[in-house]
Design a protein around this ligand. Sequence first.
Ligand code: NAD
Ligand code: MG
Length: 406
Amino acid sequence: MDDIAASAQPLNAGSGDGLVRRISLLGATGSIGRNTLDLIERHPEAYEVVAVTARTNVEELAATALRTRAEVAVIVDETRYDELKQRLAGSSVEALCGVDGLVEAAGRPADLVVAAIIGFAGLKPTLAAVDQGATIALANKECLVAAGSLFTDRAETAGARLLPVDSEHNAVFQAIADNDEASIAEILLTASGGPFRTFTYDDMKSVTPAQALKHPNWSMGAKITIDSATLMNKGLEVIEAAHLFPVGADKLGAIVHPQSIVHGLVRYIDGSVLAQLGPHDMRGPLSYCLNWPRRAPTPCERLDLATLGSLTFEPVDVERFPAFGLALAAMAAGPGMPIVLNAANEIAVEAFLEGRSGFTEIARLVERTMNRAEAGGMVETPADIADVFAMDEWARSQARALVNEF
Ligand code: NAD
Ligand code: MG
């Protein structure tokens, strides 16, 4: 589709075209960051690493920066800045710290920026990457959930192309290819259903963080793993899809597919459904973004359908997984409510992971924060990014207060 495909320079760095791409990794020490490094370090001749960043893991950050000969390494936690400088001493890698350092590094000229910070914290640096007109391999769905069209408009103004890393959106992007937006009847994202797919709602009241962190198929960071268990992740992804593929909310949906082999499907007006299948390995979608619009070999396992035997599908049960319904309601309420939804969810997930609240309280806390926002007339369309930050901050403070009431 026009907004994300078509005229950009090919990025096919791993495909042996002899060109060198400047690449930055925001969130280099996370699950997506490490998977990206695994791919690019197989082609050191094809990449020049500009920036690598991390929140607290200074040891891994410094090792990554030295190994990849990055231009700059940023540690967000300023108390670890001295350690970063010590670890990089004698090398050519520059050390920066704090959110200012992160934003500065994200704005350094690069061909491709992998936006793989978790949560709303990724918005500011990703905007800096957008503003310099880089192609963005966008893993941080919270940017689109919270800032929505303010984010996509800014990308368009700067000439920054957004390539979706999220496996479902990457699948849809591939399944749309050159098809006309008007010929799309429906876009469906698949959901594994998470570790509690077969649990009753009452069963879920007593599950522990350790149980929720055991995703049946994917290995990911903690926050998105909990979001996958509540199905909030799928709700956030429907909102993400609404911004990446603006076909109208009534044409977007999700379906549970426990094997996580079909990642996304597009039904066309003639009844044809095009789907993308692949092993559940994020190096697949990441490689597609790194090499787009071409393809390159990956170390992913070959998909063996005969051994798998069957692929099954079932509807999303919003009674047992109310977080999904809340996300759809937030999307329907207009651009302000997804900011509240996302902020409250981040607070609720943190409280659950820290043992301060229960699993089913995650959705309850999000719902109560959304109700407060509505009752307080807080859900206006944000006029600019400053409004997005203000609404996020307001929702966080409300959600923090509500956690203590549970
Ligand atoms: P993660 O928790 O494994 O890693 C997060 C990275 O961000 C780390 O490098 C960390 O140091 C950094 N970070 C954390 N908090 C930060 C802050 N406040 N400021 C700056 N940096 C910070 O997360 P992940 O699972 O790799 O997910 C990253 C993003 O990709 C998320 O938005 C997630 O929704 C999305 N995503 C991930 C997967 C996956 O397989 N992990 C799949 C689809 C989408
Ligand atoms: Mg996904």
